[in-house]
Design a protein around this ligand. Sequence first.
Ligand SMILES: Cc1ncc(COP(=O)(O)O)c(C=O)c1O
Length: 379
Amino acid sequence: MYQDVIKYIKELYKTDKFIPLHAPTLQGNEKKYILDCIDSTFVSSVGKYVDLFEQKIAEYIGVKRAIVCVNGTNAIQMCLQILGVKQGDEVITQALTFVATANAISYLNAIPVFVDVDKDTMGLSPSALKTFLLENAILKNGVCLNKNTGRTIKACVPMHTFGHACRIEELLEICTEYNIELIEDAAEAMGSRVGEKHLGTFGRMSAISFNGNKIMTTGGGGMIITNDEKLASRAKHLTTQAKVPHKWEYVHDAVGYNFRMPNINAALGVAQLEQLDTFIVNKRLTAEKYNVFFKDNEVKFFKERASTFSNYWLNAVILKDKHERDAFLEALNSNGVMARPIWKLMNKLEMFKDCPKGELSNSQWLEDRVVNLPSSVKI
Ligand SMILES: Cc1ncc(COP(=O)(O)O)c(C=O)c1O
């Protein structure tokens, strides 16, 4: 079964050896910049690469400020906290996401609320969000309340699955109408856009990940993106132990965090960013090849939505049903081609099983069918 797919992927990656889902490509100035850090002894949380990386990412995305973090999960946590999410608040997100989205909400003792995704974006569905709010929410003195739980619905965190844009403009409109903060989990979407506008620039704050498996990596790392100088300063302050600047005194004016990305990781990030456009071109070519290969196949290749530009971080296919999905996974993985199913829905995980949720039929449909294929940049 699926021998044609296995053969094709081996040809595509020109190897008979094991093919991973996503390996980093480290062929630019990575070594040079890291050696520069070592020579300078600035290997830890201050140094020129930290500042440079923030500046270059802000320029690339077209925002005023970018603030480094240790990883994407704490970048999401910081956005939520800075935009006012507190213990006992509800935060809407999609049921079909990587667990980090829901974990970041939980770190603040807030409650994730799971809403359905669109089948053609795999990201939060505006119509499902609208339905959920019409059925469950009221606006009272400008505050959005969940009628059933009495809790404030403070924020909404859509996620751009595998680098594909969700219907972010529509989501923003709905959130604005209900006075809910929109925070994009753009962990997977570095370089993806709607028209010319980069993902991560729609809400007031958003988060990106540079984990080892992402389109560009700092080893481990994340970034907060914002156009608001005040929010940016707050983010920098809180992620660096909330230290009040002083020549020598240790004064801290809040419970801060040590979420500083080390200079050595930022050096890696600067080198990776220099190659990002090449990575994206390369990955989009691979996606097009998969698209042509699966054209008349029962297995359907997942494509970017019209007028959006995806980084095609992870390529995905849709199988006929769960049974076929499992057969496909078995065939590829036992023949040296790494393939993975999409995530289990968040509401099925033990720690989130009692969280409020909407109707989740699209999420379930996708959970049963979506498989990721090898997607590394081809050298
Ligand atoms: C959708 C999503 N959100 C959040 C994260 C968290 O990023 P990190 O691993 O850098 O903490 C990831 C990636 O790991 C992700 O894929």
